[in-house]
Design a protein around this ligand. Structure first.
Ligand SMILES: [Zn+2]
Length: 298
């Protein structure tokens, strides 16, 4: 009995090794065929035959489907280069912890039952990491969607305009249906009743459908009541509030909390859906230190 399968008249799937390497020089071809042209490797069949190895899905098909997923994800151009590979982080920093959360999620998906809530000031990489997660998932073939919360609300409002060609449902359907959704800049819009109701409706729908959502927000989280999960945060909250009453100037360094911005009901829903990941930046640290210094003087 010969074990040389190449002698058999069987087409066998050629596979890559564990590192994704393949000694086959044909593997190095990455260019997808031009629009409308027939792929010269698979002749449009989607399967390419590798001499001595068998057949495998042609690279043109894989690239094509990834490109479609990427376009459908509506990642804004300014973030299109963001990936886990180019995220800058220092060892033992809060950014590094956030980075590891992001990698873990991509690695474990679909065996993931909670999304992430990235909290931190402007410029610490919350959106970068969120986009990087989407891109990592798209590489795994997962349909994703990126949404900046303010522009989503604006689109919904515009859909009420009778001249507008879009309906509210047309705007919301992709947001409801996306397998994985990023909602960027939660709480950035002035919280009117309508904004809160709309926000709740969207988030609650995804919660009920058990769909994974990743949020970013610039508003720090400090719970008003006892059900917080972090003693320090509670203590900080109390001092913040005390300062608010005693020193008008302090309001400048005491912006609204996430809860004040999105409401108690929404905040607790977020915690049911997500792991909280706080990222601190230089500005954030300076502000917090100043804040602690001030609260000791009261
Ligand atoms: Zn092909």
């Amino acid at each position: 009995m010969s074990s040389d399968k190449s002698n058999k008249n069987v087409i066998q799937m050629a596979t890559q090794d564990a590192d994704g390497n393949n000694s086959d020089p044909q593997q190095k071809r990455t260019a997808a065929p031009l629009e409308g042209a027939v792929c010269e490797h698979c002749f449009g069949t989607g399967m390419e035959v590798v001499p001595g190895k068998g057949a495998r899905p042609c690279h043109c098909r894989i690239q094509d489907s990834r490109r479609k997923l990427f376009d459908a994800a509506r990642i804004p151009r300014r973030y299109s280069e963001c990936s886990l590979d180019n995220f800058k982080t220092e060892a033992n920093s809060s950014q590094n912890i956030a980075f590891r959360y992001a990698c873990r999620l991509v690695l474990d998906y679909p065996a993931v039952d909670r999304g992430l809530l990235f909290i931190g000031p402007v410029g610490v990489g919350k959106t970068h990491l969120s986009v990087a997660i989407l891109k990592g998932l798209i590489e795994k073939g997962v349909p994703c969607l990126f949404c900046e919360f303010g522009s989503l609300l604006k689109q919904i409002q515009d859909s009420y305009n009778p001249i507008s060609q879009t309906s509210e449902m047309r705007v919301l359907a992709p947001v409801y249906q996306a397998e994985v959704l990023v909602l960027d800049e939660l709480g950035a819009t002035v919280p009117t009743d309508w904004v809160r109701d709309t926000m709740y409706q969207i988030i609650n729908k995804r919660y009920n459908d058990r769909k994974l959502t990743i949020f970013t927000t610039n508003f720090l989280d400090a719970p008003r009541v006892e059900h917080g999960d972090d003693y320090d945060l509670q203590e900080e909250s109390v001092s913040r509030r005390r300062m608010k009453l005693t020193d008008k100037r302090v309001r400048e360094i005491d912006p609204p909390t996430l809860e004040e911005r999105i409401g108690t009901r929404m905040r607790s829903r977020l915690y049911e859906m997500c792991n909280k990941v706080e990222i601190q930046g230089d500005d954030y640290r300076k502000r917090l230190d100043k804040h602690r210094f001030e609260s000791k003087r009261i």
